[in-house]
Design a protein around this ligand. Structure first.
Ligand SMILES: NC(=O)c1ccc[n+]([C@@H]2O[C@H](COP(=O)([O-])OP(=O)(O)OC[C@H]3O[C@@H](n4cnc5c(N)ncnc54)[C@H](OP(=O)(O)O)[C@@H]3O)[C@@H](O)[C@H]2O)c1
Length: 228
């Protein structure tokens, strides 16, 4: 049976590579992009390699956009079995001085995954099967010292907390996990980063394709549990 996966921020970087890996595995991929023309260009590239990929417009920071996306898919009879909350932004700046970096970071890094979960996880729970992957960061790990830009660290820590609580609410059969891709060569990670997108996407792919009875409510790096 072919499953359908929605990947947010799928038009470039790690998200595009997650789309590629899932498409290669035979998943029907909904490549989410806030600019649908960028999404369509990226989807066309994967389709040329024989993958079943469709671009969908979704700005995760806007609840109305997420709802519109979910309603459009429902109208077409498309069920989302796997949700990869990959879209994210780095927000530079201090918490106490200068322009506020928190509002934008919260909207994308925390409310984005929550908006998407609200739109797609209840139906997974009803069907008793689903996978949710929250692309987080070690910079959101208390154990690793909450490094990196402040608003990024705080919102990724909050995303990890969201993972724990969503896993509890989602119920049996819906596995919800967080992961860190490592430092990856993307627009966000820069050319100086140590990992390729293939390496960065691997743990998200692993969690998106977990077998039944797999872990839920955990944080992973390199396919292994990591400390919060
Ligand atoms: N690269 C790293 O070293 C690294 C390390 C740890 C964690 N991560 C995490 O990995 C994820 C992917 O990062 P990346 O390195 O691939 O970053 P990237 O190259 O900057 O790509 C970010 C993606 O998110 C999309 N996006 C941003 N805001 C959005 C919104 N409001 N709605 C929908 N999509 C939105 C972007 O769309 P546009 O093209 O329209 O801007 C783009 O597709 C992020 O969650 C990031 O925090 C990355």
């Amino acid at each position: 049976m072919s499953r359908t996966a929605l990947v947010t921020g799928g038009n470039r970087g790690i998200g595009l590579e997650i789309c590629r890996q899932l498409g290669h595995q035979g998943y029907k991929v909904l490549l989410g992009a806030r600019d649908v023309s960028l999404g369509e260009a990226a989807a066309a590239e994967l389709a040329r390699d024989g993958m079943n990929v469709t671009a969908v417009e979704i700005d995760v920071s806007k609840a109305a956009s997420v709802k519109r996306c979910a309603a459009g898919l429902k109208k077409q009879g498309i069920e989302v079995d796997v949700l990869v909350n990959n879209a994210g932004v780095i927000a530079e700046g201090e918490l106490l001085a200068g322009p506020d970096p928190m509002k934008g970071a919260l909207a994308v890094n925390l409310m984005g995954p929550l908006n998407a979960a609200r739109a797609f996880v209840p139906a997974m729970a009803e069907r008793g099967w689903g996978r949710v992957v929250n692309v987080s960061s070690t910079w959101g790990s208390f154990d690793a010292g909450l490094e990196g830009p402040a608003a990024y660290a705080v919102t990724k820590a909050a995303l990890n907390a969201l993972t724990v609580r969503l896993a509890r609410e989602a119920g049996d059969g819906v596995l919800v996990n967080s992961m860190c891709p490592g430092w990856v060569r993307t627009r966000m990670g820069s050319d100086a980063a140590t990992r390729s997108v293939e390496e960065g996407a691997d743990t998200a792919f692993y969690l998106a394709t977990l077998a039944d009875g797999g872990p839920s409510g955990q944080f992973f790096k390199d396919r292994k549990p990591a400390a919060w």
